[in-house]
Design a protein around this ligand. Structure first.
Ligand code: ACO
Length: 333
């Protein structure tokens, strides 16, 4: 019999330094009122020490997830690390995290699908477990955005959105009837690549980075906010309906909806289009901003610890991000 894969444990970690909207307003021309009204974000976390990478934030999150799963670190036989802000250009953060966990020889795969990265990673872990290739896969989403955003007037539309943080889950064989990852659906369309991207340094340029690019800020994320908003509010409900349909479930059957936390306004519109009541929608963007690949595993970990997730809970996930990429999933806990 083919095994069904399930989420067995979760964890999260955010750096202690809280940066409020008022703090940002000290750095560039913005206001708490503008940020809250457009995004719902009130504060986010930034690393406060040079040398703290995504793998460092992932380490405590991973240990927490392994402990909740009732496992030892040595039980992990594969790592999948979703991030758009790896510690360094190469090697991947998965290798760095594996080393920090003492998992020499354990395979580590970095996934670069931005805000959809966690659900893309979950689909890989699901296939590995069901195919019998690995027993316990550590799936991490972690980002350090604060060192890469332009904290100045020119970059303010993007700079107010992002924060640092990490979330992790352990995926292994389901232990109960019904429990498990029911379905994951993935999409991408490069037509939107330039609507949300960091262009440089880039291997297609000779040199990869020069003074001109730095002066123009091409090494900072650039976003066509309205285009992202339009696509996200269309694709997230679409993929959510698709995954529910594959599982013969209706919106009313869903105990909890954990959407990617891009923007409170996006999620409110997605929830409205889905017709799901607010008490079943998880949001933590007020406190953390957009932590990209980390938003969903942080949402899982917090919900589990707050008692919103229990054995038998049916959870719907949806994400949209740079690429464009988008994804949905249904999981029974
Ligand atoms: N503070 C104050 N004013 C600002 C700021 C800021 N941080 N940023 C932009 N403005 C100004 C603009 O300069 C502009 O001024 P102008 O009218 O004088 O030209 C005005 O505010 C309106 O700017 P717009 O870009 O038109 O603002 P918009 O209403 O589109 O809202 C926002 C911007 C919030 C980014 C919106 O487009 C949005 O929600 N987009 C979705 C993008 C998103 O959430 N991305 C998250 C990352 S991607 C992901 O995870 C899916």
């Amino acid at each position: 019999m083919q095994e069904r894969a399930a989420i067995l444990g979760s964890g999260h970690y955010v750096p202690p330094r809280v940066v409020t909207n008022d703090d940002l307003a000290q750095m560039f021309d913005t206001s708490d009122e503008w940020i809250v009204q457009r995004t719902g974000i009130r504060e986010r976390r930034f690393i406060d020490e040079s040398g703290t990478g995504a793998s460092d934030l992932a380490l405590p999150a991973a240990k927490m997830a392994i402990e909740q799963a009732g496992l030892e670190v040595g039980d992990i036989d594969a790592i999948i690390f979703a991030t758009l802000s790896p510690d360094i250009y190469f090697p991947g953060s998965g290798c760095l995290l594996g080393h920090k966990l003492g998992l020499g020889g354990v395979p580590a795969l970095d996934v670069r699908n931005q805000c959809s990265g966690f659900l893309y990673s979950l689909s890989v872990a699901d296939a590995w477990i069901r195919g019998g290739m690995y027993r316990n896969v550590l799936v991490v989403g972690a980002e350090v955005h604060s060192t890469g955003i332009e904290l100045a007037d020119r970059g303010r539309d993007v700079a107010v959105l992002f924060g640092d943080g990490a979330g992790a889950v352990v995926v292994g064989a389901a232990k109960r009837e019904g429990q498990g990852i029911k379905t994951v659906e993935l999409h991408a369309d490069g037509v939107g690549a330039q609507d949300l991207w960091v262009e440089a340094p880039a291997s297609m340029f000779i040199p990869r980075l020069d003074e001109g690019m730095l002066a123009e800020g091409r090494h900072y994320p650039r976003m066509n906010g309205r285009q992202v908003f339009r696509w996200a509010t269309e694709k997230m409900p679409e993929v959510a309906h698709a995954v529910l349909g594959k599982c013969d479930l209706k919106v009313d059957d869903v105990d909890l909806f954990i959407p990617h936390q891009a923007n409170m306004r996006i999620n409110q519109m997605v929830a409205k289009r889905l017709g799901i009541t607010d008490d079943r929608v998880v949001h933590n963007i007020e406190r953390y901003g957009n932590t990209t690949a980390a938003t969903i595993p942080i949402g899982i970990s917090e919900s589990w610890r707050e008692g919103k997730l229990e054995p038998g809970s049916k959870v719907l996930f949806a994400a949209f991000g740079a690429g464009f990429t988008w994804a949905g999933a249904v999981v029974e806990f």
